[in-house]
Ligand binder design. Sequence first.
Ligand code: ADP
Ligand code: MG
Length: 485
Amino acid sequence: MTKYLAKIGLEMHCEISKTKSKVFSSAPNTYSDEPNSCVQPLDMGFPGTLPVVNKEAVRLALMASMITNCTQPEYIWFERKNYYYPDLPKGYQITQETKPIPVGIYGYVDYEYKGEMKRVRINNIHLEEDSASLDHYETTSTIDYNRSGVPLLELVTEPDFHSGEEAMAFLEHMRSVYQYAGISDADTKKGQVRCDVNVSIMDASLDENDPENWGTKVEMKNVNSFGGVRDAINYEIERQLELKENGTYDEMPQQTRRWDEDTFSTIYMRSKVDALDYKYFVEPNIPKFKVTETWLKEIRKDIPKLASERKQTYINEYQLSEYDANVLIKEKAISDYFEECIRLGIEAKAAANWVTVTIVGELNKVDLSIEDFYLTPNYLKQITDAIKEGSISSKQAKEIFYKACEEKKEPKSYMSKDNAQISDKEELLKIITAILEANTSQIEQYKNGKTNLFDYFVGQVMKETRGKANPVMTKEILMEELAKR
Ligand code: ADP
Ligand code: MG
C-alpha cells in the first residue's frame, strides 16, 4: 500500500429517533415490530396530503450541524429528489441538496483513532425523510411504511479517511455524538444508521489535497453495520489495488457496488447515476422559512454535554483514571447510570468501581442493556451505604449484589436483621455448642461410625436458626467441635 493511498468518503445516514412524530406527518416516530402501525396517509403518498415540517426535527438537525462545526443557513428550503422505487410511494424523496445550503455546510469533526486525534472535513449535513422498508419472502415482497417519513440526517464527509478502521472509528464517534446530544439512539440493530461508502486509490507520491490526483470513486450503498463498513472498504481497496497492478484501474468506470456480507465481497450493481438524473427542484408544498439568530443561539446553548466533556469531568473532578473514564463514557446509558449514582451521593471512586467492573461484567454475562438492569442506582446506594456504615463487608456486598440481581429483590431485604445470614463465628459456635450438649447420645453413635448423623446436626442448627446459619461455616465448626469430643 505504500505506493498507493486510499481515499475514502462517507455518507452517514442516521435517523433522528428523538422526535415525537415524523418529519412531515403526525405519525409517531417510534420503532415498532408491528408493520404499518405508525403510519399516516402522507407516509403512504396519498394524493391530496400535504407535508408539515416538524420543528423539533429541524432543531435537532441544526444542533447536529453546530456540533459538526458547520455553517447554518439563513433560510431553510426542501427539495424533491425524483426517482422510482417501491419503498418510495410518492416517486420522490423530500430532501435538501442544492438550494442554497442545507442545515449545514463545510464543517469538521475531530475524533480519536488509536489514541491520536484525527480531523475529517464535513462537506454538508442535511435533513430528509426516510423511505419505507421492504421485506422479501420466497415469492412475495411486502412494504412496511413505519419507516416512511422518519426524519433522517445525512452527513457527507470529504474523502479524508485512508482505511476501513479509521472510517469505523469516525462512525463510532458520531454514534456517541448523536446519542449524547439526544438526537438519536443511533441503534444499528434497529437499522437507524446506514452508510454509503466511497473508495478510490491514488498514487501516494502525489498531493492528496488536489482532487485532480484522486482516482475514480466506487460507491457502496446502504452498508448497515460499522464492521460492514470497515470490511467493505478494506475489500474494495484490495480489489482496486489489483486493478492497479494489472494495469486496468484507469479503465474502471465510476460505479455503485453492493457489500455482500455472505460472500464477504463487493458486487457490481450499476454505473453511477448523476445528480442530473434526479431532476431536483424546490418542494413547492413547503415554503422556505427563516432561521433566526435568536433561535440558533438557543439551540447552541441547549447542546448537551458530549462524551469528551464528561470524560474530562470524570478525570479532573472525580480523579478517575483515563481507562475508567473511557469505559464509563463508551455508552451514554452507562454514563447516565454513573452520573445518577453521583447525584445520589455515592462516592465517585466507589461508583466507578461498581459500574466499570461489577455491573458492566454482569450486563455482559447476562446480555442485558443497563436500561433494563434491575439494580438501579438507588438500589446500588443501599449496598454502598451499608459498606460505608460497616454493617456489611465488601465480600458480603458482592454476594448481596448478585443475589439482588438474580432474585430481583432490593438489596436491603438481604441486610435487615431478620433476614441476614448468621456468619458470625462466635454466635454460630454458641448455638452449635448448645445443640451438641443436648445430643450426647447422637454424638456417641456418630463416633461409633454412624457418620450420616452429621447431616442431623446440621439440620438441628438450621432448625434453631430458622435457616439463617451460614451453611459452609456451620459445617466447618461442626467438624471441629465433633472432632474435639
Ligand atoms: P456525487 O456527486 O457522485 O454524489 P460527491 O462529490 O457528492 O459525489 O461525493 C459523495 C461522496 O463521495 C463524499 O463522501 C465524497 O467525500 C466521496 N468522494 C468523492 N470523490 C471521491 C474519490 N475520488 N474517492 C473517494 N471518495 C470520494
Ligand atoms: Mg452526493
